[in-house]
Design a protein around this ligand. Structure first.
Ligand code: HEC
Ligand code: HEC
Length: 296
């Protein structure tokens, strides 16, 4: 924060507090004179006069307490410009402390869990619940709270896998991250090429297509796409090239969206979580993700 804004905030904050104090003092009428004549404000509505009583004592004290509280608070905690407060409290240090406490408490439990393999953990309900919580905190923003994904973020509950569904493959994905690299083909094969190859791609999942266009697209597919997506569109988990024959689409299956994928390319990015979570948590959340693929 620049020193101008620093002073600006201090002046406004303290000015408001002392302004309240001044307003309170300047309007205070002191103690009510018992038994004496109650003065009126001089306002009369429909024959009813308005008394000019002082504020009740308790009410007045509450204002004073609020003002004192705010001054003490601003002395102890950050709030006045860049002054850090004498307690040295900050959101970040509070979060660090909480995280450290949690790590100390759960670290050994997670370490114990990660001695078992991902397959063995499938019968440990508690471990899977912990994994689910790690998922909710770190992965749900992208993959959805039920892990069903959305446009550009893969569904982790179905049987369609970009990078493989074996325990080790899942763990590698989460630990090291993945980057899908589908080049844009528009400039190379032209708009007509895009249209025809898209028609062929749709025919792979048994959709109704224009047969003439699709047969033109087939030749293009074999020369430009098959290297990554496979001769029959079955995909390649080493490259993260999706299966194009199952009618499950990461980026939408409408003809326009499929043409968009082919014309402009796609570059999905799954961030690496090894450093962020550490091996034990990655192991647990991998067990949770693996459990989503079991049982159906
Ligand atoms: C910033 C968004 C983001 C976050 C956070 C994220 N992911 Fe991903 N994840 C992706 C994207 C995008 C892909 C697809 C990558 C691609 O298209 O090549 C992906 C792919 C995956 C895959 C591979 C799916 C497949 O079909 O092979 C798994 C498994 C996965 N993520 C699990 C997780 C887990 C577990 C976490 C939390 C620890 C997580 N992801 C956090 C965006 C994210
Ligand atoms: C270098 C390897 C490679 C080549 C060559 C390639 N692709 Fe891809 N393609 C990929 C990858 C990897 C992805 C996934 C991108 C991601 O995860 O973000 C992909 C994604 C797609 C998608 C989106 C799938 C979905 O589920 O939404 C379509 C459609 C597609 N490719 C069609 C084609 C066609 C048609 C060609 C030939 C003109 C082609 N690809 C050539 C690697 C390739």
């Amino acid at each position: 924060m620049s020193s101008f804004w620093n002073i600006w905030i201090i002046v406004i904050t303290l000015g408001t507090i002392f302004g309240c104090w001044w307003l309170l003092q300047s309007n205070s009428k002191g103690e009510r004179d018992e038994g004496g004549e109650v003065p009126t404000t001089g306002h009369i509505y429909d024959g009813i006069q308005e008394y000019d009583n002082p504020l009740p004592r308790w009410w007045f004290s509450m204002f004073v307490i609020t003002i004192v509280f705010s001054l003490v608070y601003l002395l102890l905690y950050p709030g006045l410009g860049s002054f850090k407060g004498v307690l040295g409290w900050s959101q970040e240090s509070a979060w660090q402390k909480e995280k450290q406490e949690a790590d100390e408490k759960y670290g050994p439990i997670f370490a114990e869990y990660s001695k078992a393999s991902i397959v063995e953990l499938q019968s440990n309900r508690k471990a899977l619940l912990s994994g689910q919580r790690i998922f909710a905190n770190n992965c749900a923003v992208c993959h959805g709270s039920a892990a069903t994904g959305s446009y550009g973020f893969p569904n982790l509950t179905d049987s369609d896998w970009l990078y493989g569904s074996e325990p080790d493959q899942i763990k590698t994905t989460i630990s090291q991250g993945r980057r899908g690299a589908m080049p844009g083909w528009g400039p190379i094969i032209g708009e007509q090429g895009v249209t025809s190859v898209a028609e062929f791609v749709m025919s792979l999942s048994g959709r109704k297509v224009d047969a003439q266009l699709a047969s033109k697209g087939k030749t293009l597919y074999e020369t430009t796409c098959a290297a990554c997506h496979g001769a029959t569109g079955e995909g390649n988990i080493l490259l993260g090239a999706p299966n194009l024959s199952d009618n499950i689409w990461l980026y939408g299956g409408s003809p326009e969206l499929i043409r968009h994928s082919i014309r402009n390319g796609r570059n999905g990015n799954m961030p690496a979580h090894k450093d962020l979570l550490g091996n034990d948590k990655v192991h647990l959340v991998s067990a949770y993700v693996y459990s989503l693929t079991q049982g159906d």
